[in-house]
Ligand binder design. Structure first.
Ligand code: T5A
Length: 219
């Protein structure tokens, strides 16, 4: 592999389906994942809902560190390593075993979050983030990624109404605007995998759009 080049996705040695949701803070990912999981279960599929950072016992301990607002001195590179450490553990403990059992795995955030948050908003070199993503995922790539696109002012107002903000939510509006733009740029490079949904709509309208994206993927 050429230094800094993107590792090709390997042919999967599992029979499950791997779906991810991405978007800024408060875009409604958790809400939509619950609805989608219900729909898959109604259709007789076995579903695993999980999230990053976290998603397994050890990875959840790393999550606590990452979202702790007392960790304000955490430097971007150390932050990236912690997200990638959580990811490697999560894949090993939760995602791959479920995919190998043929389950539908729906994950709230995955490697795209690192490209956007650490690679663009934190201004780390994108090639470094890609390299660590490649190491952590060993080529595991979602079959489809739903981007819930939302003006960060709306998303932050939604999470603000929930109470205390975590370390990432406390970042300036310009940080969250950079996140939104970076996601939209990523979509341009991965048009087949991404499905963009306007997340300013009602919960039911967003769910209907997500189901269109599932249908398109299945066809
Ligand atoms: N991160 C993560 C990185 O920097 N790098 C990485 O590699 C990874 C993996 C994770 C943080 O870590 C960063 C990104 C994040 O900053 P988190 O707590 O998991 O932190 O944060 P989020 O993933 O952003 O989760 P949130 O819970 O904040 O947002 P969701 O899941 O997108 O939104 P949800 O569904 O919880 O909804 C938020 C609120 O809005 C309401 C809900 O009821 C809820 O109150 N809502 C709506 N209101 C109006 N209309 C709708 N359509 C609504 N849908 C939901």
């Amino acid at each position: 592999m050429k230094r800094g080049s993107r590792r090709k996705a390997k042919s999967p040695d599992y029979s499950g389906v791997f779906l991810t949701f991405e978007g800024g803070e408060g875009a409604g990912k958790t809400t939509q994942i619950a609805k989608l999981a219900q729909e898959f279960e109604r259709r007789g599929h076995s579903v695993v809902v999980t999230r990053e950072p976290g998603g397994s016992t050890i990875a959840n301990r790393i999550r606590s560190l990452l979202l702790d607002s007392r960790m304000h001195g955490l430097v971007p590179l150390a932050e990236l390593f912690l997200y990638e450490a959580s990811r490697a553990q999560h894949i090993h403990d939760t995602i791959l075993p479920a995919l190998k059992k043929g389950k539908v795995v729906i994950c709230d955030r995955f490697a795209d979050s690192s490209l956007v948050y650490q690679g663009v908003a934190r201004k780390l070199p994108p090639a470094v983030v890609q390299k660590l993503n490649d190491l952590a995922t060993d080529g595991l790539t979602p079959n489809r990624t739903f981007l819930l696109d939302l003006d960060p002012r709306i998303g932050l107002a939604r999470v603000g109404a929930r109470g205390v903000l975590d370390r990432m939510e406390k970042e300036a509006l310009s940080f969250h605007r950079a996140v939104r733009h970076a996601y939209l740029a990523l979509v341009e490079k991965n048009k087949k995998r991404f499905y963009v949904v306007d997340a300013s709509q009602s919960r039911d309208a967003i769910h209907a759009a997500v189901m269109d994206g599932v249908q398109e993927f299945l066809e």
